[in-house]
Design a protein. Structure first.
Length: 562
């Protein structure tokens, strides 16, 4: 993780110099107090006409150096946090879509928000603060040594317990911080899951159960927070006590040497101020170590995430201009394809061909392997046996971008993003003209809706402006705008009113593109017009042909669709 510091050496160097300078100017405060004391006691003869401007100049310099160091110590970690979020987001985008079905969205949200915040504040920010505090400590030691080496040695001996103590409680502090972060991640994940299904929870009158689930997760955050704070306060309290022993010990030793005439009263004042610059950094370092250990653990976890093997970039340079040929038949070919997870056979010996200009229905009950078939077709899943080919070449030879750019895919759940209608259709790509967007929306059957609302209307997944069918059509407009040569629809009409579903399917059949429509619902008109029906059952092709084939009719009857 320290690579983020070294990525811009000039930025790091300037920040370190600013911290050391600010520490040096603060140490000089002790000598300003010595000067004022010596003037008051007559130890030196200096007029106030010179002393007052000198003190004012010092205060201005001190304010400037301190504010500069503070600004850099806050802004540099913030910039690093932005860079880290960007790299994490880029890393996520190098995984296939299937990866995001295997983990809860809340885990990714926690990594990009809370976990990055912890690393930013408790790791990078702490490192820069430690540079300042250690510089302050070293310069304070040098300052006391110039006044009296003997007293410096005494103070150093008194400070040993305060120096050693943080390392004795290192694992304790790190464990408490890690447990807290885990509890927060778990809470975030559970809350995201609950809120995503809030409508279902309300309609099912299941609020009490989910409230208890929320309270259990929230209580764990409270318990871990209290434990973390308790450990931090105990350790900081002990550290404060050890620091006070050192500070008052320095005063007593200084007073002894003043009485012996070996140092002046002004030097004692300067020495006591320098001793406080021992005490304060020691106390702060102890508190920051508690943060640092937890932050370092989170930083290592994020570093491990960034090192995990991905599915690679969307596009390989040699395939950026790949496009499928509509004259090449077959477009997709399954050759004895099987897919197995552990001991469960999901697809078994599939032999299929899909032409680019044909329209197909893949029919089957839930769990029959329909979605797995499509994920294998898109290259998101690799067959455990057999081969999937794209225009005669094994699918594994193509990068994801080459496949996705030639296949328009609509998933079962239409994704509507917070933004305008235009932004949802273009997916925030500003290169499309308003006319092109309108044309795609009209083609998707939303012309009358668009007349009432317009391209700049704000919508979201929860927007009441869009019905279920209208959301599907808006996503369909998104596909029409990009105009891929072949389309795949996964349970497109699930949850829609039968009449709306039938109209939507009729509109699909009027498209010039070929497509695959996955469904478990029967519509006589749709089944009659497609080029081929493929019936899946328990991962096997039970029948294929058109609606009039006896084999297909019997298979559909077995599924209780007709």
């Amino acid at each position: 993780m320290t690579k983020y510091f070294w990525r811009y050496p000039w930025r790091l160097a300037f920040t370190v110099v600013a911290n050391i300078t600010a520490a040096g100017v603060l140490v000089a405060y002790s000598y300003v107090l010595q000067l004022i004391t010596d003037i008051a006691t007559g130890a030196i003869q200096l007029s106030f006409a010179l002393a007052v401007p000198a003190v004012i100049v010092y205060l201005i310099v001190q304010a400037l150096t301190d504010s500069t160091a503070e600004y850099l110590n806050e802004s540099v970690p913030a910039r690093i946090g932005q860079e880290l979020r960007g790299e994490l987001f880029t890393h996520y985008n190098q995984f296939r879509p299937l990866h995001f079905y295997q983990k809860q969205v809340g885990q990714y949200v926690a990594q990009l928000t809370k976990q990055v915040d912890v690393v930013t504040q408790s790791y990078f920010h702490v490192i820069l603060r430690v540079v300042y505090l250690v510089s302050l400590l070293i310069l304070a030691v040098l300052g006391t040594f110039l006044i009296d080496p003997v007293i410096t040695v005494g103070v150093a001996l008194l400070s040993l317990p305060a120096v050693i103590f943080p390392f004795l409680v290192k694992k304790w502090l790190e464990s408490a911080k890690t447990d807290l972060v885990i509890a927060i991640e778990n809470y975030t994940s559970k809350v995201a899951d609950i809120l995503a299904g809030f409508t279902t929870i309300q309609y099912a009158l299941s609020v009490p159960q989910f409230k208890r689930k929320h309270e259990r997760a929230s209580k764990q955050v409270l318990l871990k927070t209290v434990r973390d704070q308790r450990i931090q306060k105990i350790t900081s309290g002990v550290s404060d006590f050890l620091g006070d022993v050192m500070y008052l010990g320095a005063w007593l030793m200084g007073a002894y040497f003043v009485r012996r005439g070996e140092i002046t009263l002004g030097q004692l004042v300067a020495f006591s101020q320098l001793a406080s610059l021992f005490n304060w950094p020691m106390a702060m370092l102890t508190e920051m170590l508690a943060e640092f250990y937890g932050g370092r653990k989170q930083a290592r976890e994020l570093a491990m995430i960034l090192k995990t093997t991905t599915d690679g970039p969307l596009f390989l340079p040699e395939q950026t201009n790949f496009s499928i040929s509509l004259n090449n038949d077959p477009l997709i070919e399954f050759q004895n394809v099987s897919y197995q997870v552990d001991d469960k056979q999901i697809l078994q010996s599939i032999d299929l061909q899909f032409a680019a200009d044909k329209k197909y229905l893949v029919v089957g009950a839930s769990g029959s392997g329909k979605t797995t078939l499509i994920r294998t077709l898109l290259g998101d899943l690799a067959p455990t046996a057999g081969t999937v080919k794209l225009q005669g070449k094994p699918m594994i030879e193509f990068d994801r971008g080459a496949v996705y750019s030639n296949f328009g895919v609509m998933t079962q759940k239409p994704d509507i993003f917070q933004g305008t209608v235009r932004e949802n259709v273009t997916l925030f790509d500003q290169s499309f003209s308003a006319d092109a967007v309108k044309k795609a929306i009209y083609r998707a059957g939303l012309g009358s809706w668009l007349i009432q609302h317009g391209l700049d209307t704000q919508i979201s997944a929860e927007s009441p402006l869009l019905s279920g069918g209208e959301k599907q059509r808006l996503v369909l407009a998104r596909l029409f705008l990009h105009d891929p040569p072949f389309m795949i629809f996964d349970e497109l009409t699930t949850g829609l009113d039968p009449q709306i579903a039938a109209k939507l399917q009729m509109d699909l059949l009027s498209m010039r593109q070929g497509f695959i429509l996955i469904t478990h619902q029967y519509n006589a008109a749709t089944f009659a017009q497609v080029d081929e029906i493929i019936v899946l059952q328990e991962g096997q092709v039970m029948a294929r042909g058109n609606a009039g084939d006896v084999e297909v009719s019997e298979a559909l009857t077995d599924l209780q669709l007709i």
